[in-house]
Design a protein around this ligand. Structure first.
Ligand SMILES: *Cc1c(COP(=O)(O)O)cnc(C)c1O
Length: 401
């Protein structure tokens, strides 16, 4: 039988590959191992010189004036909201197609997340939907660079300026992406990153907030370090002596360790390499899937030069005899282990208990029914990529309506 007509494994054929491949995987090399080992042998496991070095490097990579490293991307979102002054009674607008942390950060501050629907082509928050949800309680917008693609920052900036809102970008997916030629991290009022191992660069766990504002920078540093300051200008009392510090806000211990910082510094040396390979894989996927009528390819804003964290396979259910779950299971039978990003945040029981109901964001809900995330990471071989394509092609051909 012709290879292109092969029967999918789930229907009794032979799988396209014998070994499992996953949707994401970190890539570490000898330089990474050495960087970590050097810290382990040094005087400072935390609060040492690697933190400043990392923050400087993040500023260099993104073009932002300030960086504050924190323990993870969720902590980054939390301190960004605190620095923005988000508090009880406020509203924060975000997208439902994200990891729960993009909305939880508002809840942490006693504010209410408000979900605005997505653009059905880019899958990012639709600026007009943001505008439609602004009230006098709205304090900030958390715009997520879903899959790595930049949001429509020009429109979002306009809306935020018009209503006096703080624009926060959740850039957990988008380090390495540029918008209008400017890197993610240098555009919104604050941009948060996550360095979890599935993201483009990793520190094991880790996060950062980037900003050009001196005022936000000061507040970010304060909230991430117990609300404690050693700056006499911020103190209400004359220092008792050189040991003296004051706690002036209720902050948190969200510090990153030097072990993590050293790993991330070394990972950032490979960002260009990671970016190039991810873009290459995305190009190959896009090219192949645009030939398959049962698949919809994610569209990109011309302004976004994207380093993709996720590759979304979106099916056209009206053209297939199987649904997304069927596709997911058929790919698993081919040894291609996908994931789904994301279940709309307000579907979760916790959010349902808070009074959110299905139907809030119809485009996001439709997207959720049709998507899964294919393997996409630096260390994938060309053969891995071709296996994924072949599997999708076989399944679509076999189950085409
Ligand atoms: C990963 C992720 C986060 C949270 O990052 P952690 O480092 O895991 O806390 C937040 N938002 C989005 C969109 C993410 O993908």
């Amino acid at each position: 039988m012709e290879k292109k007509d092969a029967i999918p494994a789930i229907a009794g054929g032979k799988p396209v590959r014998d070994t499992k491949i996953f949707y994401g995987h970190q890539y570490l090399d000898e330089a990474d191992y050495k960087a970590v080992l050097d810290v382990l042998k040094s005087d400072y496991l935390t609060c040492g010189p690697k933190i400043g070095e990392l923050e400087e490097k993040l500023c260099h990579v993104t073009g932002a004036k300030h960086a504050v490293s924190v323990s993870n991307g969720t902590a980054a979102l939390h301190v960004a909201c605190l620095a923005a002054g988000v508090g009880p009674g406020d509203e924060v607008i975000t997208t439902p197609i994200t990891f729960a942390a993009s909305a939880n950060c508002a809840l942490y501050c006693g504010a209410r997340p408000v979900f605005a629907d997505i653009d059905e082509n880019t899958y990012n928050i639709d600026p007009e939907q943001v505008r439609a949800h602004v009230t006098e309680k709205t304090k900030a917008v958390v715009a997520v660079d879903y899959t790595g693609q930049s949001t429509n920052l020009k429109e979002l900036r306009k809306i935020c300026d018009e209503y006096g809102l703080v624009l926060i970008t959740d850039g957990a997916h988008s380090i390495g992406t540029t918008y209008d030629g400017k890197p993610t991290g240098s555009i919104a009022d604050m941009t948060t990153f996550s360095f979890h191992p599935v993201k483009t660069v990793t520190s094991g766990e880790g996060g950062a907030v980037m900003t050009d504002s001196d005022e936000y920078y000061q507040r970010l540093a304060l909230f991430g370090k117990h609300g404690i300051t050693r700056d006499p200008a911020l103190m209400s009392k004359e220092p008792d002596g050189p040991w003296y510090y004051e706690q002036i806000e209720l902050g948190y211990n969200y510090r990153m360790t030097d072990i993590q910082a050293a790993l991330l510094i070394s990972q950032l040396d490979k960002l260009d390499m990671f970016r190039a390979r991810r873009k290459e894989i995305v190009r190959r996927y896009d090219e192949a899937f645009s030939q398959i009528p049962q698949i919809r390819v994610q569209q990109e804003l011309p302004e976004s030069d994207t380093t993709r964290h996720l590759y979304i396979l979106r099916i056209r259910p009206e053209m297939l005899k199987i649904d997304r779950k069927g596709m997911f299971e058929a790919l698993a039978a081919e040894n291609i282990c996908c994931n789904v990003h994301y279940i709309p945040v307000y579907y979760f029981p916790y959010y349902q208990k808070l009074g959110y109901r299905k139907g809030l964001c119809p485009k996001a809900e439709k997207l959720y029914e049709e998507i899964l995330s294919l393997p996409l990471y630096y260390a994938m071989s060309d053969q891995d990529v071709e296996d994924v394509i072949e599997a999708v092609r076989r399944i679509c051909a076999y189950y085409a309506k």
